[in-house]
Design a protein around this ligand. Sequence first.
Ligand SMILES: [Zn+2]
Length: 312
Amino acid sequence: MTFSQKVKSEILRSAKGLKGCCAASFLTAVIKSVGSISIDNRNFAFTVESDNRELPEVCQKLCVTQLGVDAQITDARFTSSKQTSYTCRFDASLGGKLHLTAADSDGSFTLCDAASLVPSKPCCARAFMQGLFVACGSVIIPLTDSDIGENRLHSKYHLELRFTDPDFLQAVSAAYAPMELKYTPRKNHGVLYLKDSEKIADFLVYVNAMSAKLQLENVIIGRSVRNRANRQRNCISANIDKSVLASERQTEAIERLKLNGMYEGLPDSLKQIADLRQKYPEATLDEIADMSGISKSGANHRFAKLIELSHK
Ligand SMILES: [Zn+2]
């Protein structure tokens, strides 16, 4: 099961318990996102189809128990992808109950404006977002090493909701402005997305996917520990590079002093440290200082003096 499927399954378990206004909001979001419309006796009839049986099942249960509207589940087999898909067919009266459709004075029906569908009550807004995510959402997180085999290894955090109706996308984006969902167009549809791991964690809390949120937090912590270890390793190797460079510069200076006959005239303190450097080219400044019985800054000062003299 992918992380996305885990999140959806967790949301669906929680959505089963939705009541009244919230159940209606959940159904509205699902039907508006992935539902299809047909004409039934001059009215609109809606169906929801999914390869995940849980989604139409939860929709059917909420529709029947919370709204008192009949709904039937039918199995249909796709020959092309050999995948079973499950359909929930709702009674035509559901459109009016969810305000998806409105009756005109002449008895015909029209579809309602997308913006009017997004609820403003906090309890319903949450149920609506749960419906949106299970219907048109997905999420990927970087999986840790032990998760390889379960899924492809991603290095990025990404959560998205896909919309085919641009007006509906606009309405959702405006209603959930505090979530700071970003927009990007794609072929044939628009996408609202989050890339920040903390914002994705907040989203999972909002839609009541608490165990998915814990899994995400473990990944975030694991990665920050690994990043810190990498940074430390890089830092140590940078210091080693610096000390190798310094040793090379000192050795060159000593060789120059010997070539131009200046070495013999040097004070003993400088000759001693020069000899140590030639004998131990890989020793650090600390180690040379220890061997000379002087401080690190003293050793540094003497090497600087050698380099300065070698340029005369
Ligand atoms: Zn509500």
